[in-house]
Design a protein around this ligand. Structure first.
Ligand SMILES: O=CC(=O)O
Length: 377
């Protein structure tokens, strides 16, 4: 016999809503036309019929969320539900974190985390049953990957869901710095056009030599876009990429010395932390521009600020910072610098794709299937 809640799942499904509360099209990425293999009609129907949802919900394995995740708020958390697991929010409890985790640790099998939530060895130590960490971010610098590897904990990230958005944003920042879009906007709003006359000239994008640091999905998407603007591309990466004809430089200093713009697209690791320092920026030169959509700490922020103050580089477009949300105050008054609050991934369209990916990863884990975007170093 079915319980009320079981009937409810079934009815919702029959009336066209899936168990996330979305219609069937919601499961299909409209942009890519791909269907999530773990969210088929047949599997939902089977689960709805065979599970006593009401009782099982209490016994479901738990997916721990340590801090609020903005993506969940954007897609509407009420649309996210599964009959394989439930979310357990540490931030809803008044218990100290250590006590909360110890109390719930036997049922916590997975963690869902975002860019600002460190998943450290200390936290993992309190959670012996955890088998997967799923993040809503592309970057994984907040997750203790060596500890996950040692424990055999799987890790899944946002894959290539955001590549186009981040690449668009990088190009936007670059055009803004070169053509002074934000600075001239402020000029108009302050009424200075009428009193001071025309705004100073910007600099042309076409023909610029672009150096991409980190030619992964995002770096590649940036390169393709800037090629279309008539720029030439070269790159630095951990390894030279096969089947890529862009010139490769083994050191970032050498790359910087041979380009007009550096776009930072790599991951933050022990090797890349502060990789962009005064020496690299001096090599980029007085006409050079830096764009960072990777992680703030890839650049030695103090040295970058010094270079900007002393005019050793021409400008910067920055979406990420070393100690977010703190931004060096010296940058606020600079009209050759464009600042944004780590929003390169923020589009509602990609958040829908991310929702499908996150749920697909968790469903896959709890069904002993391969993760959709497992991170492998
Ligand atoms: O910065 C954002 C991300 O890594 O997804």
């Amino acid at each position: 016999m079915q319980t009320d809640s079981n009937m409810c799942v079934l009815l919702k499904y029959i009336t066209g809503q899936n168990r996330h509360g979305f219609t069937e099209e919601g499961l299909v990425s409209k942009r890519k036309g791909k269907k999530n293999p773990h969210l088929s009609r047949a599997s939902v129907l089977k689960m709805a019929v065979s599970t006593d949802c009401h009782k099982a919900q209490q016994d479901f394995p738990k997916v721990l969320i340590l801090k609020p995740i903005s993506f969940l708020a954007h897609v509407g958390e009420r649309h996210i539900a599964s009959n394989k697991f439930t979310f357990l929010k540490a931030y809803d409890s008044s218990l100290p974190l250590h006590q909360f985790l110890s109390t719930h640790s036997p049922s916590i099998k997975a963690i869902l985390s975002s860019v600002g939530t460190p998943i450290t060895a200390d936290i993992l130590q309190l959670l012996p049953e955890v088998g997967v960490v799923v993040t809503t971010s592309v970057g994984l610098n907040q997750v203790d990957l060596p500890e996950c590897r040692r424990r055999g904990i799987k890790v899944a990230n946002a894959g290539s869901v955001f590549s186009d958005d981040v690449a668009d944003f990088a190009v936007g920042l670059l055009i803004d710095v070169l053509r002074k879009v934000s600075a001239s906007d402020a000029y108009v709003r302050k009424g200075l056009w009428a009193t001071k006359g025309d705004y100073p000239l910007g600099s042309k994008l076409g023909g610029k030599r672009i150096g991409i640091v980190g030619l992964g999905n995002i770096g590649f998407a940036v390169a393709k876009r800037l090629e279309a603007f008539g720029c030439s591309i070269s790159y630095n990466s951990r390894k030279r990429k096969q089947h890529v004809s862009y010139p490769f430089y083994e050191s970032v200093r050498e790359l910087a010395a041979n380009c007009d713009v550096l776009v930072i697209c790599c991951e933050l690791t022990d090797q890349t932390r502060h990789m962009i320092n005064k020496e690299v920026l001096s090599a980029l030169g007085k006409e050079g521009v830096i764009v960072n959509i990777g992680r703030g700490a890839i650049i030695n922020e103090k040295e970058m600020v010094q270079c900007l103050v002393q005019g050793e580089i021409a400008g910067a477009g920055l979406d990420v910072f070393e100690n977010e949300p703190d931004v060096p105050v010296e940058l606020f008054a600079m009209d050759n610098v464009v600042l944004s609050p780590h929003i390169a991934v923020f589009t509602p369209e990609s958040f829908l794709d991310l929702r499908d990916l996150v749920m697909g990863n968790l469903e896959a884990f709890f069904s002993n299937k391969p993760l959709l975007s497992e991170y492998r170093d």
